[in-house]
Ligand binder design. Sequence first.
Ligand code: CP
Ligand code: NVA
Length: 325
Amino acid sequence: MTATPLAPHENLQGRHFLDLGEFQQAELRALVRLARELKSEGAASASALLRGRTLALLFEKPSLRTRVSFEVAVSSLGGQALFATGSEMLVGTRETPEDAARVLSRYVDAVVVRTHEHEPLERFAAAAGVPVINGLSALYHPCQAFADVLTMEERFGSLEGLRVVYLGDARNNVATSLAQAVVMLGGSMRFASPLSHRPSEATLERLAKLGASSGGRVRAFTDPVRALRGADVVYTDVWTSMGEEHLHERNAAMLLPYAVTERSFTYTAPHAVFMHCLPAHRGQEVAAAVIDGTRSLVFDQAENRLHAQRALLVALITDGKGTSL
Ligand code: CP
Ligand code: NVA
């Protein structure tokens, strides 16, 4: 295959992937470019890039997309995956995150971790001698955001000036990572939520800084109609994230005005698309007519998890030089 080598400042070998906000715009752009190249080349030509490499997946919470797309990604590149959950999921239960990280680093080439809290993941990564990938924590879901901007770039050509509106729980992991990726690539990120679910001022300030050099912008609204005006992308996620089930009834009542329905699209640009990280709840955060309609990109997003994570594994585990490895 002919994947373009990452330039020196874009070389991500050995890095952790916990929070997109720790990356440079050029690095995110390089990852998206590599994902597009690997996707267009097809699976066969990259089939030896991770030969002999092992990826461990430690999941404290359920997963369909993240688990399966990482397992398929590593095997399609010639490597293998090991999955652990429940009582075998070692991050901070049976032993400290640091000890688990030091041990696993002697066996495997990279680790994907899905945790409730973000802090044990940070501790695990700080002690690990191999790249650690955030497979979703309470704060961030960077793998999802990477696949989402790949999907937007495929649809619109570029994120520069693209208006992305996120409705619902605008404080959650998916919303935060999505906003980071959008502003880093020059897009305009709008949140629509009640004050209770609005991103913190610190988050909004950090997003504004992240977007400063690319022209990316961020605004938070309480009125969903004002937020939706001129939207190119309408994005939502579950109203209640994993681990917060005790808040479900409160969230459902407060977020109802932010549900995405066919009416939402009467305020957007005519070409606007719908995105959702999945799993989705039809009749709650999104109407069935929207998610199952012609505007919906949700299964392209889900597919792009695979392509994005193939690129991520190549970039973090190898020197990114394609077949010259
Ligand atoms: N979108 C996403 O991360 O899905 P899973 O929880 O199924 O991995
Ligand atoms: N915000 C959701 C995303 C699931 C992929 C959660 O954390 O449960």
